[in-house]
Write a protein of this length. Structure first.
Length: 389
């Protein structure tokens, strides 16, 4: 088949293109700077021109884009979207219901939510891993010392200047106290995100008065979703990650790989950022313990970081996520912690038990290779779409 690949700077690009080609398909890259807009006549004209230049069967993208869905519908093409971001407000676009769409969500809870609304174009599917490609990467010349650690974490601290929550400077004392209270409660709960449910009309009105969010008329996203995920959710990620890293570092020094090179704390060595495709697998492979701290907005899904850790043959120590138990076995393929005390105990235990830790890492990688390679996932998706009748 001839596949149009939306070529934005997404993770998984190289692995996906390689897999599609290995399955015998031809890939044609397309990009337009307005790809993530809700409305753009320039995009529409350019996309239609591109579609008319060849005999294409499918449009493919990571994450869902309304303009691409509109264009696929106009050109009678099937649109495959694999979503790995959360929150992802574009999923609440009216275009999600177009029958040309096949939207694969890695979060089963979000799939259930959208499916319960009568949206038949969404499907649940976990994200894929690249164990074989990483094995080849490890055979190339590299410096293990740069990536070796007893405990490590790779990811954003969400403490950047454009954090939306920190712009809420004109809140009433009541709203400030209320938000602090529900955020502190949420930090103690794993596997369930309740913030949206607790945002009352009065609280939302105060937040909107401080930092207005002007919803357009192209989707059904609610104020609770926007303020609960893009404002509070990202602030929670900052609090959660710093709290967990601080607790972990109190037990054993750790290495942090993050964009914010200025962050420093006791027991934490900030190593700066690493390239996703060419460096990050080394960190996961050479770290004795790889921490995964999932965004609270990911209600049940397995985040890409967890899949990447196991793909690299790394030991995964993660917060609880229900979907992990759909595809992997705890204490056999990975280990999860239930709270800060459990986290610190398991760090110490698995640093002291090399054989058990290494076996779990091998099991996780084996399961990725057996059931969750890019080739296997993409083949299943294409078979599902073209054999669905």
């Amino acid at each position: 088949m001839n596949i149009i690949f939306l070529d934005w700077p997404c993770f998984c690009r190289e692995d996906t293109v390689t897999a599609l080609k290995s399955l015998g398909h031809s890939v044609f890259f397309y990009f337009h700077p307005a790809y993530d807009s809700r409305k753009s006549s320039e995009f529409d004209t350019d996309f239609d021109k591109f579609c008319s230049s060849g005999n294409f069967d499918i449009v493919f993208s990571y994450n869902f884009y309304p303009l691409v869905s509109e264009g696929s519908k106009r050109n009678n093409l099937k649109y495959i979207s694999i979503v790995y971001d959360s929150p992802h407000v574009s999923l609440y676009s009216y275009t999600i219901v177009y029958p040309c769409n096949y939207v694969f969500l890695f979060d089963y809870a979000q799939y259930e939510e959208l499916s319960s609304m009568g949206i038949t174009t969404v499907h649940y599917f976990p994200l894929a891993g690249s164990a074989d490609r990483i094995q080849m990467l490890l055979s190339r010349p590299h410096d293990p010392q740069r990536y070796t650690a007893d405990v490590s974490f790779v990811g954003s601290l969400y403490n950047e200047d454009h954090n939306f929550f920190d712009r809420l400077t004109d809140l009433s004392d009541y709203t400030k106290g209320y938000l602090d209270g529900i955020m502190n409660a949420q930090l103690k709960v794993y596997g369930y995100y309740f913030i949206e449910e607790l945002l009352t009309d009065n609280i939302l009105s105060d937040m909107k008065a401080s930092v207005p969010y002007h919803a357009n008329h192209t989707g059904i996203q609610t104020d609770e979703y926007i303020y609960g995920n893009y404002f509070i959710g990202r602030k929670l990620a900052e609090k959660d990650r710093i709290q967990i890293l601080t607790a972990a570092a109190a037990v054993h020094p750790l290495r942090l790989y993050t964009l914010d090179s200025s962050y420093h704390a006791h027991g934490i060595e900030n190593m700066g950022t690493v390239d996703y495709h060419n460096e990050m697998p080394y960190v996961f492979h050479y770290s004795k313990i790889n921490l995964n701290i999932t965004l609270k907005s990911i209600k049940s899904g397995i985040p890409l970081r967890a899949i990447d850790i196991m793909s690299a043959g790394g030991f995964l120590l993660t917060n609880y996520q229900a979907d992990l138990l759909r595809h992997f076995t705890p204490d056999e393929d990975f280990v999860y912690y239930s709270d800060l005390s459990d986290l610190t105990q398991k760090i110490q235990y698995y640093l002291d038990h090399d054989e058990a830790r290494c076996q779990i890492a091998k099991n996780g990688q084996k399961k990725i290779r057996q059931f969750h390679s890019y080739e296997q996932h993409l083949q299943k998706i294409l078979q599902f779409i073209f054999d669905e009748k």
